[in-house]
Design a protein around this ligand. Structure first.
Ligand code: NAD
Ligand code: FES
Length: 273
C-alpha cells in the first residue's frame, strides 16, 4: 500500500499526486513508468513518472480522469492509500547523444517531457520546449517548463492563450526559421505524435515518441502494448515506451488504442451514474 502524500488539481480532470514510494523513487529515471491498482480488484493503470525525490522517497504522477479506473483514483485524497504501485518499468529516455533538442508536449502528454526538461536543465543544456493544449484551462506545468526551458512556446488550439495553433504549427515555424535541432522528443496523443513524425521526416530530424499503448502486465507477457516499429513487433512496456517516431506504425497503433473504448465508455457511464 502506498500513501498519497499530496494531491493537486491542475485542470478540471487532471490531478497531480505525490506518492510515498521509496523503492520506486530510489531506482527510477526520466522516461520510465509505474503501473498502479487503486484497489485489489482494480485494473492496472500505467502512468509515466513525472518527477521523483530520492531523499523524500516520493514519486509524482499525473492522472487524467477519463475512464472508470482513473475516475476511481480521482476520488482518492491526501492520506488515502493506493493498493499497488509497481515500478519503475520500461526504459529511461536517452538524450545524451543529442546537442540541440526540442521537447514537444501535447495536452496531458506534456507531463512526460517534464522530467527530461528538468534533467537537461540540470545538466546545463536546457532545451527549447513547445507545449500545446486545446485551450488555456488545459495547459499544465507552464511555470515549471518556463523555469527549465531555453525558450518556451505555448500553443492553444483556440488561441485562448499563447499562440493559436497545434504544437506542429510552432515546430514547423521553428524548423523553417533554420533552428538546427538534432532531436525532437514528442509526447502526446497518438495523432499528434504521428503529425510530428510526419513533419520532422521532411526535415530529416531524428524524432523520439513515447507510446502509451494499452498495457496489462507491463512485463512483455500479455501482448497488450504491441506496436510495430520498423516492421518489427515491439512491446511498449519492455522495448519502449520510447521509439524512433519515423519507424512507428501509427495507423495500426491508433486502431489498437480504440480496442477497449466501448467497454471503457460503458464503465465510465456507470461511474458517473
Ligand atoms: P489533446 O487531444 O487535447 O491534444 C493536445 C495537443 O496536441 C493539441 O492542443 C495540439 O497541439 C496537439 N495535437 C493534437 N492532435 C494533433 C494533430 N492531429 N496534429 C498536430 N497536433 C495535434 O490531448 P489530450 O486530451 O490532453 O491528450 C489525451 C491523449 O494523450 C490521450 O489519448 C492519452 O492517452 C494521451 N497521452 C499520451 C501519453 C504518452 O506517453 N504518449 C501520455 C499521456 C497521455
Ligand atoms: Fe503486456 Fe506490454 S503490457 S506485453
Amino acid at each position: 500500500m502506498n500513501k498519497i502524500l499530496k494531491k493537486r488539481q491542475l485542470t478540471q480532470n487532471i490531478h497531480e499526486y505525490v506518492i510515498d514510494s521509496p523503492e520506486v523513487s530510489r531506482h527510477c529515471l526520466a522516461g520510465q513508468f509505474i503501473i498502479l491498482r487503486v484497489d485489489d480488484e482494480g485494473e492496472r493503470i500505467p502512468l509515466t513518472i513525472c518527477d521523483y525525490d530520492r531523499e523524500a522517497g516520493t514519486v509524482t504522477i499525473l492522472v487524467q480522469s477519463i475512464g472508470y479506473s482513473t475516475m476511481k483514483l480521482a476520488k482518492l485524497n491526501e492520506g488515502d492509500y493506493i493498493h499497488d504501485f509497481a515500478g519503475p518499468l520500461g526504459n529511461a529516455t536517452e538524450l545524451e547523444e543529442f546537442a540541440n533538442i526540442i521537447l514537444v508536449g501535447g495536452g496531458v502528454g506534456s507531463a512526460v517531457i517534464y522530467p527530461q526538461c528538468k534533467q537537461l536543465n540540470r545538466d546545463g543544456r536546457p532545451a527549447d520546449i513547445i507545449i500545446g493544449a486545446r485551450n488555456k484551462d488545459l495547459l499544465i506545468y507552464e511555470d515549471e517548463f518556463r523555469d527549465n526551458a531555453k525558450d518556451l512556446y505555448v500553443m492553444t488550439d483556440d488561441g485562448s492563450y499563447g499562440e493559436q495553433g497545434f504544437v506542429t504549427t510552432k515546430l514547423k515555424q521553428l524548423l523553417d526559421s533554420g533552428k538546427a535541432y538534432d532531436c525532437v522528443f514528442a509526447v502526446g496523443p497518438m495523432p499528434m505524435m504521428r503529425a510530428v513524425a510526419n513533419l520532422t521526416r521532411e526535415y530529416g530530424v531524428h524524432t523520439i515518441v513515447s507510446m502509451n499503448s494499452v498495457m496489462v502486465d507491463g512485463t512483455g507477457m500479455c501482448g497488450g502494448c504491441r506496436v510495430t516499429v520498423g516492421g518489427q513487433v515491439k512491446y511498449a512496456c519492455v522495448d519502449g515506451p520510447e521509439f524512433d517516431g519515423h519507424l512507428v506504425d501509427f495507423d495500426e497503433a491508433i486502431e489498437r488504442s480504440k480496442f477497449y473504448r466501448e467497454i471503457e465508455q460503458e464503465h465510465k457511464c456507470k461511474m458517473e451514474g
